[in-house]
Design a protein around this ligand. Structure first.
Ligand code: FE2
Ligand code: FE2
Length: 178
């Protein structure tokens, strides 16, 4: 059984995951409006991943007999304006999420809540991967350029990566409902 504080903190995290999904949906539409089809697919796949993160936490609260409290989701910020800014915004956001996951782990450890601590390990690992991926994309944009052929190449790469992400997500959700 979770403490009331832990349940509140997990509910807050559910809201952050839904906000992440909303943020990436906004960036996906911005990319598509800028004719960056691969980038749009990548952010749409991220949107799907963040929805899955939120649902994982919803499932955990229900399995632990805790109450799920859904709050209003904040509107995403206005358009980033350029592809570099889109990924800079993504990195900044993921760093904030990493800090909030770490805070949840700290709390689970202090409360000797072993179940929640173990549950959160998946998220700790996921955040390492997410930050690394976005750092890599930013590095490639800075190296090969955020316009012209360099941008076209990276946009194509992001489109290919989006397909892999979407497939992995579909497999995970099929496994979760099997
Ligand atoms: Fe997430
Ligand atoms: Fe994320």
């Amino acid at each position: 059984m979770l403490t009331a504080t832990m349940a509140t903190k997990l509910n807050d995290q559910i809201n952050r995951e839904f906000f992440s999904a909303y943020l990436y949906l906004a960036l996906s539409t911005e990319a598509e409006e800028s004719n960056l089809r691969g980038t749009a697919s990548w952010f749409l796949a991220k949107h799907g991943e963040e929805m899955a993160h939120a649902m994982k936490m919803v499932r955990y609260l229900l399995d632990q007999g805790a109450s799920v409290k859904l709050e209003a989701i904040e509107a995403p910020p206005s358009k980033a304006g350029a592809i570099l800014a889109m990924f800079e915004r993504t990195l900044e956001h993921e760093r904030m999420v990493t800090a909030s996951i770490n805070d949840l782990v700290d709390h689970a450890l202090t409360a000797k809540d072993h179940a929640t601590n173990i549950f959160l390990h998946w998220f700790v690992t996921e955040q390492i991967e997410e930050e690394a991926t976005v750092n890599d994309i930013l590095g490639r944009l800075r190296l090969f350029g955020d316009k012209g052929e360099g941008l076209l190449m990276i946009d194509n790469e992001l489109g290919a990566a989006a397909k892999v992400m979407a497939q992995a997500l579909a497999q995970a959700s099929a496994a979760a409902t099997a």
